[in-house]
Design a binder for this molecule. Structure first.
Ligand code: NDP
Length: 487
């Protein structure tokens, strides 16, 4: 038995009692069975059984770090958000992720990347839960669970299904824009540092004069865009499945702190009413020529978490978390996410997930929610004020934080989101940005992903590519032909 070295901390049970022997179970004789009385053994086994929580259904595999948001521009006339005032520095944490793969998936897979930011502001946490693409596959959240099912495993084969993916995409032309990005070079960034982040949804900014503008947030990588081809990524995955964690963790440990320039695009309410298409449609961008990006700051990541599970796996973002001066918009996908994200965390982490250290706001928190599993936060300052309204000087609402009222947009109905929508012009604008090499890789990536899909689905999808641009259609045909001359 090793003697206790007095300079080292004493091992204890979770209840704090010192442990005399952590090497040998308590047995009846040196050949006999274990006694139920061996509480320390039972505790160790029971804890191990509980080391996992449900992984996220989407965005399960992630990498994250702490940092700082610095505001260098001036949009104080547009917003009373303290976090966006000139010169403000706000602590933050970021989590990047793939969407479809499970926690054990390889990092270097062709997929959209999550780009989620939590800013610990003086007015509470502001979460901007974006992606590395400015758009998304669907514009109506009623289609979201079906879409995600096509990205996950087939119920019988338990394999990913290209047939399901292309069937859904070919029946959903609004996905063309995001599909074009996904199979372009930017669909496989070499690391989290080498990609842009986009708030993607339209949000709003409001000021002390009860004026509102619509806003989109962009974060442009300062490390440059760097992407792998499919073949390069396959070689990397053959060496390591954890390339993003290695790159991000390693860069920050080495003091090589990644940065992104923060930009906003602003649309007035009057411009929105005149706008030729629905600016709250998540499958579309606001053209830069009409709404020029305005640089307002930068984010820098400069500290690795001390404990991955506590600080990244339990890190909980929700688009419901906005602060004074920043609001939501009628974007249907955003409205669904406002519910779905907080709900996912209540399921994964428990009712009081926002009291966990990584999620806890850095400002005072006063609410009247009460008990439930894992309640470990203090009473409010006045213990008698545990309901509202009360006569005991408990926390009260403050109308100074009221968001300007929003004009609603007409009669409630299930409007067909496809009516009058042009799903082709913006993918075409993107396609026209690609040089010949980028186009060739786009065609080859698409052909490789759809080659085993039933012909009727391929033909339906290629007809959509034709409507984007005849060259797009011809290029994919030629790439399929190169893979299989019988095609
Ligand atoms: P612009 O030419 O003014 O904007 C081009 C935007 O596209 C830039 O933000 C640029 O990002 C990005 N971009 C450039 N090359 C590529 C590429 N190979 N793959 C993906 N993105 C690229 O044009 P518009 O604003 O009129 O937009 C044209 C198309 O560009 C859109 O249909 C959309 O697909 C795409 N785009 C537009 C964005 C927007 O907010 N308007 C944002 C991102 C993409 P970067 O500066 O990092 O190179």
């Amino acid at each position: 038995m090793p003697k206790q070295n007095s300079s080292r901390p004493r091992l204890t049970t979770t209840a704090g009692a010192p442990i005399a022997n952590n090497q040998n179970s308590l047995t009846a004789g040196d050949r006999g069975p274990i006694l139920l009385q061996d509480w320390q053994l039972i505790e160790k086994l029971a804890h191990q059984n509980r080391e996992r929580i449900p992984e996220r259904v989407v965005h399960a595999k992630g990498w994250g770090a702490y940092g700082t948001l610095r505001i260098t521009g001036d949009i104080s006339h547009l917003t009373s958000a303290l976090v966006l005032q000139p010169g403000t520095e706000t602590p933050m944490i970021a989590r990047f992720s793939t969407v479809a793969g499970e926690m054990g998936a390889a990092d270097h897979e062709r997929d959209v990347r999550g780009f989620a930011l939590k800013f610990y502001t003086e007015d509470g946490n502001w979460d901007l839960v974006g992606n590395n693409t400015p758009v998304f596959f669907v514009r109506d959240p009623l289609k979201f669970p079906d879409f995600i099912h096509t990205q996950k495993r087939h119920p019988r084969t338990n394999l990913r299904s290209p047939t399901a993916m292309w069937d859904f995409w070919s029946l959903s032309p609004e996905s063309l824009h995001q599909v074009t990005i996904l199979f372009s070079d930017r669909g496989l960034p070499i690391s989290p540092m080498h990609m842009n982040g986009y708030g993607s949804h339209t949000f709003s900014l409001w000021n002390g004069q009860a004026e509102r503008v619509w806003v989109k947030f962009h974060f442009k990588t300062r490390q440059g865009h760097r992407c792998y081809t499919n073949a390069e990524a396959e070689a990397v995955v053959g060496r390591t499945r954890e390339g993003y964690q290695e790159a991000l963790f390693g860069a920050i440990e080495a003091g090589d702190y990644p940065k992104w320039t923060m930009q906003v695009q602003i649309m007035t309410e009057a411009q929105e009413r005149e706008f030729p298409f629905n600016p709250f449609d998540l499958t579309k961008v606001w053209p830069h020529a009409d709404f020029p990006p305005i640089e307002i700051g930068e984010i820098e990541l400069n500290r690795n978490p001390a404990n991955y599970f506590a600080e990244i796996e339990q890190l909980a973002f929700s688009p419901s978390n906005v602060v004074r001066g920043i609001g939501h918009s009628p974007d249907r996908m955003l409205q669904a996410r406002i519910f779905a994200y907080a709900d996912a965390h209540r399921y994964r982490l428990g009712t009081h997930y926002e009291a966990l250290p990584v999620n806890r706001p850095r400002c005072p928190v006063h609410h009247y929610h009460k008990d439930g599993a894992m309640r470990f936060f203090d009473n409010m300052p006045i213990p008698d004020a545990y309901y509202e309204p009360n006569s005991f000087d408990g926390p009260q609402q403050d109308s100074a934080f009221s968001e300007p009222p929003l004009d609603l947009y007409g009669q409630a109905d299930r409007y067909d989101h496809r009516d009058g929508n042009d799903d082709f012009s913006q993918p075409r604008a993107l396609f026209m940005l690609f040089d010949e090499g980028q186009k060739a890789r786009l065609f080859a990536n698409i052909a490789a992903a759809m080659k085993d899909v039933p012909l009727c689905i391929i033909e339906r999808q290629i007809e959509l590519f034709r409507q984007v641009h005849p060259e797009f259609c011809a290029g994919v045909y030629a790439a399929l032909d190169a893979l299989d001359p019988q095609f």
